[in-house]
Write a new protein. Structure first.
Length: 107
């Protein structure tokens, strides 16, 4: 069991890490939706052939995969926050119980 200060610090650290994961998921999603689509459009505009169609399908598949990974990161971030809140509440309750616990002396 940790002190109240330690509990607060660990909770803040986990929440900060979750926010960083959320930010990275957003960057990944943006790259997949915007930047990759720009590349696909540029390729489509300057290259028209069967090989270009194959490349565009592969690029679209990569984009879909990146979006899927971004969604997974969002899920992980949410799970981290939920678990951190549960752990924080449990630790606070444990500290409160420990502070108010009365021990009886046995003879």
């Amino acid at each position: 069991m940790g002190s109240s200060t330690e509990i607060e610090m660990h909770f803040a650290e986990i929440m900060h890490l979750a926010e960083q994961i959320e930010m990275l998921a957003g960057v990944l999603k943006s790259a997949a939706e915007d930047k990759l689509m720009q590349i696909v459009c540029k390729n489509r505009a300057c290259w028209n052939s069967r090989c270009a169609d194959i490349l565009i399908r592969k690029e679209a598949g990569i984009g879909a995969g990146l979006l899927h990974e971004a969604d997974k990161l969002y899920e992980i971030e949410e799970q981290m926050k939920q678990q951190a809140k549960k752990m924080y509440q449990a630790e606070c309750m444990n500290n409160q119980l420990a502070a108010t616990r009365i021990y009886s002396q046995q003879s």
